[in-house]
Design a protein around this ligand. Sequence first.
Ligand SMILES: CC(C)(COP(=O)(O)OP(=O)(O)OC[C@H]1O[C@@H](n2cnc3c(N)ncnc32)[C@H](O)[C@@H]1OP(=O)(O)O)[C@@H](O)C(=O)NCCC(=O)NCCS
Length: 146
Amino acid sequence: MFLIRKFMPRDFKQVISIEEEAFRDHDKFLYMKLYEMNSEGFLVAEMDGVVVGFAVGMLISKFEGRIFSIAVDKKNRMQGVATSLIKELLNNFRKNGVIIVRLEVRKSNLIAQELYQKLGFNIVDTIHRYYYDGESALIMRKIIDR
Ligand SMILES: CC(C)(COP(=O)(O)OP(=O)(O)OC[C@H]1O[C@@H](n2cnc3c(N)ncnc32)[C@H](O)[C@@H]1OP(=O)(O)O)[C@@H](O)C(=O)NCCC(=O)NCCS
């Protein structure tokens, strides 16, 4: 079993190691900044005292939220960790009056697209050459139920 809670500075090392495993274009200083700017939107999943996943969401305007990043360590995938992290971000957005949530996902990342689709996100646009390696991003969006 896992629990979802707010990120604490002592989780930093574990979050960065999940991030390094998950993304080609990782950037640990970015995560420090994200925490400083936005500690409320930084969540982790913990299993037996170990951080196994994280998600970062942020308000980008009064009514719009953005899911900036999410990853789960390889050993603990396909157990609903990402689903729970996103549901918690969506609950927090809802409490804050957010109406629309958006995110970007690599065109090739079919696993993440399926995850988001299951949670009610739809593809609304493409940004060509969005990532540093030239890959395009799909923009996905969800209207929050009140
Ligand atoms: C994408 C990611 C966060 C999913 O985490 P997870 O905890 O394994 O996801 P969940 O267990 O909540 O899975 C939810 C749904 O996603 C889809 N999914 C997850 N892993 C999958 C896989 N290996 N193959 C196919 N579909 C998969 C399924 O539809 C699944 O629903 P189901 O359990 O009913 O089959 C994880 O694979 C990861 O960290 N990937 C690398 C980082 C990344 O791509 N982040 C997203 C950037 S936009």
